[in-house]
Design a protein around this ligand. Structure first.
Ligand code: PXG
Length: 290
């Protein structure tokens, strides 16, 4: 596997970072997870834009432009001869001394890994997923804003551990007011009486690229989409529920905290959105090969 590291494509065994990198020492850095389908990078500009927004929020200067970073991403996928795959883009604060002050870090590091990912078994997409709400509350905006895709994912990982302990694959995280925020690596949606609802960004949801794509697909089909605060009660009484993410794509949810959602099977609107999303991923995006 070829890895992009600080401007060069190198072999996997040579792709090493320093133990003094603040990305490792403090989780000081940001990342993106991007997918390629059928020889194209899906929503590349949206992901790169979000990476720059995360960088801005933590006062990290990415040493490449938007265009250069998009090109580096495409080059890395091409170097690995992939047509379908998963790209992990990481920007760390870089090498510094043992104190946490980022001023000691002179140059951020850029890492691009292009590989494969399958987060959930294929069969689960047909049957639907069982999820639970967990005790770990989503980060406060006033502490570490959930809109920042930072290398500090412990908030999400703790929730994931709680999901694992409950014997399920994904967790719903509430915010400190008890409203639904999102899942550990996915946004959440419900459908009630033919309309689509998803928590607002102000509730602690990431501005998900898949979330936005699904909102657009639903609206194009004439389905009303709104972003009100949602409670667990709203989820339990939904007709349909699904989660969205670059890794998971669109996963139907059929049980939440022991409550069966709708008729306990992936709903018809969810199934339609999954088909439309799949179709879009096959034709849209930035070409990798000329
Ligand atoms: N919320 C959180 C907290 C996320 O980390 C999403 C929502 C969905 O956003 P997108 O833009 O992907 O629709 C994410 C995305 C992984 C992995 O390695 C994580 C994500 C995406 C891809 C892979 O588990 N998180």
């Amino acid at each position: 596997m070829k890895i992009f590291l600080d401007g060069k494509l190198c072999n996997e065994r040579d792709a090493k970072v320093s133990v003094f990198d603040h990305g490792l020492l403090y989780g000081d850095g940001i990342f993106e997870g991007i997918r390629a389908y059928n020889g194209r990078v899906f929503k590349l500009k949206e992901h790169i834009d979000r990476l720059f927004y995360s960088a801005k929020a933590i006062l990290l200067e990415i040493p490449l432009t938007h265009a250069e970073l998009m090109q580096a991403t495409v080059d890395t996928i091409r170097a690995n001869k992939l047509r379908d795959g998963y790209i992990r883009l990481v920007v760390t604060r870089g090498v510094g001394n043992l104190g946490l002050n980022p001023r000691s870090c002179k140059k951020p590091s850029i890492i691009i890994i292009a590989g494969k990912i399958q987060i959930y078994p294929t069969e689960m997409y047909l049957r639907g997923m069982d999820i639970v709400t967990v005790p770990t509350v989503r980060n406060l905006h006033s502490a570490l804003n959930p809109a920042i895709k930072s290398l500090n994912y412990l908030n999400n990982i703790l929730a994931k551990i709680e999901a694992n302990n409950a014997g399920v694959e994904e967790a719903i995280m509430l915010n400190s007011d008890g409203f639904v925020a999102e899942c550990t690596a996915d946004n959440i949606f419900i459908i009630k009486n033919g309309a689509v609802f998803t928590p607002p960004l102000s509730a602690g949801a990431l501005y998900g690229v898949t979330r936005q794509t699904v909102i657009e697909l639903a609206e194009q089909s004439g389905i009303k989409v709104s972003e009100p605060n949602l409670t667990r009660y709203d989820l339990f009484n939904a007709d349909e529920c699904f989660v969205t993410g670059t890794g998971a794509e669109i996963m139907p949810v059929v049980k939440i905290d022991g409550r069966v959602i709708g008729n306990g099977k992936p709903g018809s609107t969810t199934t339609k959105l999954i088909a439309e999303y799949k179709a879009l991923t096959q034709v849209a995006g930035t070409p990798i090969y000329k």
